[in-house]
Write a protein that binds this ligand. Structure first.
Ligand SMILES: Cc1cc2nc3c(=O)[nH]c(=O)nc-3n(C[C@H](O)[C@H](O)[C@H](O)COP(=O)(O)OP(=O)(O)OC[C@H]3O[C@@H](n4cnc5c(N)ncnc54)[C@H](O)[C@@H]3O)c2cc1C
Ligand code: FES
Length: 252
């Protein structure tokens, strides 16, 4: 089974103006991924090597891979223009995914971080306490699906357009004080969110696995473009990550 393969685009749905759900059917049998792993997608019709971009496994069923993409720049715009029947070059699954949750677990998702965490929530249906925050209602993508597979769900938006107004990490902090959970935390989201979370889990002595979203050029460990500082030296997010034990990350 190969990690480098070509696939046919079999769906490209606009969820709203910022998000697409891209379906790609590989021409060959590919390696089964685990939640938290990712793929490098060759965006666009040409084969510009500078247009390879990392996307988390969103779903893998009947040999169809799905990616949830937030349109924010050149590569993601190129992906949004792909049509059914187009071919795409893919590398993956790459990196190390989330460790299996022992039992119930806490999920902290910030914005598009839900793309990486939803397969984990769905694989362990009814066991996640979901804390999901985004800038506004439009950015709170797949919240219905995420809530439906969770044990309990807590939602925030920065502007209060859905759920509670404020930061998801503040809501988590209050809930932890009230409920005294001592469950492991699985997180993916922007760095300021992860940084705030690292303080919370440290204070409360909780185990935490965080998926980092560094910029990546090669995705396969060769360019050192994605390194982060950890307690065991500089590590490549694409190879040793993207999921790290939160206590090992040194925030700068
Ligand atoms: C392991 C991993 C998994 C990811 N999974 C997903 C996913 O499932 N869905 C999804 O929509 N996105 C995901 N991303 C982020 C995605 O790769 C970037 O949004 C994408 O590469 C942007 O490409 P672009 O050419 O459209 O944007 P660019 O033109 O390169 O940049 C546009 C803007 O986005 C910012 N940006 C670009 N890349 C990142 C990044 N990695 N983190 C923060 N800001 C960034 C830039 O600073 C710039 O402001 C993931 C990233 C990593 C590392
Ligand atoms: S992206 Fe090249 S080493 Fe990680």
């Amino acid at each position: 089974l190969h990690r480098y393969f070509k696939a046919k685009i079999t769906g490209n749905n606009n969820l709203n103006k910022n998000f697409i759900l891209l379906s790609a059917t590989p021409y060959i049998e590919t390696i089964a991924p685990t939640p938290g792993q990712f793929y490098m997608l060759q965006a666009g019709r040409g084969y510009d090597p500078l247009l390879k971009r990392p996307f988390s496994l969103f779903s893998h069923e009947d040999n169809v891979l799905q990616f949830l993409c937030r349109i924010c720049g050149k590569g993601t715009t190129a992906l949004s223009r792909l049509r059914e029947g187009d071919d795409i070059k893919i590398i993956g699954p790459l990196g190390k995914g989330y460790p299996k949750p022992p039992d119930d677990f806490i999920v902290v998702a910030g914005g598009i971080g839900i793309a990486s965490l939803l397969p984990l929530i769905q694989r362990h249906k009814g066991r996640a306490y979901l804390f999901y925050g985004a800038r506004n209602k439009e950015e709170l993508v797949m919240s219905g699906e995420a809530k439906a597979s969770s044990k309990e769900a807590f939602i925030t938006t920065d502007n209060g357009s859905e759920g509670q107004k404020g930061m998801i990490t503040d809501l988590l902090k209050d809930s932890l004080l009230a409920a005294r959970y001592s469950l492991p935390v699985y997180a993916c989201g922007p760095s300021p969110m992860l940084k705030a979370l690292s303080n919370i889990v440290k204070e409360r002595g909780l185990k935490c696995y965080a998926s980092l979203e560094e910029h990546m050029a090669c995705g396969v460990g060769a360019c050192l473009g994605c390194v982060v500082k950890t307690t065991w030296g500089y590590k490549r997010v694409c190879k040793e990550g993207p999921v790290f034990d939160m206590k090992d990350i040194i925030w700068e």
